[in-house]
Ligand binder design. Structure first.
Ligand code: PLP
Length: 394
């Protein structure tokens, strides 16, 4: 006998991976240049020079120290620098001793949920959400509850959110800039979110922890800013990743920061250390901890993503596609011209367009287009998008 749920996660691939794998097969059949693969959120622009320069410099030093274990929570010097950088940028003082350097945001989320949840407790995810949340929540013994967004701007629907909060709610996960919608939570939304959670606490006596998943924090356009959630709500746990901002997703580096004023912060941090041990995530990559120390504040050239967004958004709207207005990340969320997003995605495949149906993101009737691809591929794909829409006009 083996754990059924764990096996099920292994057998049922995410809709994103499934489509990407279809894409790899299809490219082998008809040539990569003939497939318009918008399935994966894999950065397509190079890491900034400081990353390779730091690696080159570091490998000339003491190899034993460089490749050895660090402290479980990550180098104290790195945590101090992250806190100093955060203070400079957001004016909020984080405590390096309540920070845990992790293997990307995925590990940060898995650890935080494991630290917070008692069996059967609920975690509300604001839809649309990263499908892996369901796995992380269930693996931590919790139950994922989906709160639908407000249309048409995809900010939270606060009445719907309040209706999702119960005696069992322990946490809420928010992701801004959002995968898959590209929407950035406004200051007004954050204030209302904080008020909603505080009034729930007043009513029930239960604190709801806000897990803020921010791997796209630096990928914003049109002068939009991502406010620091700690300013609005004390019981916040930030899960950050350098995967997208530095274009290094394969290197697995990010951090968790427990809010300096979070209720029971010491216990939660102890739980984070414990969850890191229990899940085997102690000591994120040693080389990359040191690279990050040297590259804090740098980003890849995200202007390339903005150019892609502008090209795709302008062209698709002109063809009649309804798109959610994206201010960040590198995704476009497009309303399927038929009710069934999976059927639309299948139809798109016949035009060699790989678009991820929205069902696993907790919303029906949309597809996600990851535009972290070459501008050339976007330009070449436009006739296929036009032909696809023409099928609905007959
Ligand atoms: N959260 C969201 C919303 C994501 O889109 C991703 C990756 O695409 C992750 C978390 C995981 O990121 P990481 O590579 O840092 O583990």
């Amino acid at each position: 006998m083996f754990p059924e749920k764990t096996m099920a996660w292994g057998k049922a691939r995410s809709c994103i991976r499934e489509l990407a794998e279809y894409g790899w097969k299809r490219k082998a059949e008809i040539g990569a240049e003939n497939v318009y693969d918008f399935s994966l959120g894999n950065p397509s622009i190079p890491a900034p020079d400081c990353v390779n320069e730091a690696i080159a410099d570091l490998i000339r030093g003491d190899s034993v120290a460089l490749h050895g274990y660090t402290t479980a929570a990550g180098l104290p010097s790195l945590r101090q620098r992250i806190a100093a950088d955060y203070k400079e940028r957001f004016g909020v003082e984080l405590d390096p001793d309540r920070m845990y350097v992790t293997c990307g945001a995925a590990a940060g989320l898995a650890i935080s949920l494991r630290a917070l949840l008692m069996p059967g407790e609920e975690v509300v995810a604001l839809a649309p959400f990263f499908p892996e949340y369901r796995v992380f929540v269930e693996a931590a013994g919790g139950v994922l509850v989906t709160a639908p967004p407000a249309m048409p701007d995809f900010q939270p629907d606060f009445a719907a959110l309040a209706a999702c909060l119960t005696e069992k709610t322990k946490a809420i996960v928010v992701n801004s800039p959002n995968n898959p919608s590209g929407v950035v939570l406004t200051e007004e939304s954050l204030r209302k979110l904080a008020d909603t959670l505080r009034s729930h606490e007043k009513k029930t006596g239960n604190a709801v922890y806000l897990i803020c998943d921010e791997p796209y924090r630096e990928l914003v356009y049109d002068g939009v800013e991502v406010p620091s959630v700690f300013r609005y709500y004390d019981d916040t746990i930030l899960c950050y990743s350098f995967s997208k901002s530095l274009s290094i997703p394969g290197e697995r580096i990010g951090y968790v920061a427990v809010g300096p004023k979070a209720k029971d912060g010491a216990e939660i941090y102890a739980g984070i250390l414990g969850a890191g041990r229990a899940l085997g995530y102690v000591n994120p990559p040693s080389l990359f901890q040191r690279v990050i120390e040297r590259c804090l504040g740098a980003t890849a050239d995200v202007s390339k993503y903005r150019e892609n967004r502008d090209l795709l958004l302008g062209a698709l709207r002109e063809m009649g596609y309804e798109c959610v207005e994206p201010q960040g990340a590198f995704y476009l969320f497009v309303k399927a011209p038929e009710a069934d997003a999976k059927a639309f995605s299948e139809r798109a495949k016949r035009h060699e367009l790989l678009l991820v149906p929205s069902d696993d993101f907790g919303v029906k009737g949309y597809v996600r287009i990851a535009y972290c691809v070459s501008k050339d591929m976007i330009s070449r794909s436009l006739p296929a998008f036009r032909a696809l829409m023409a099928e609905y006009r007959i």
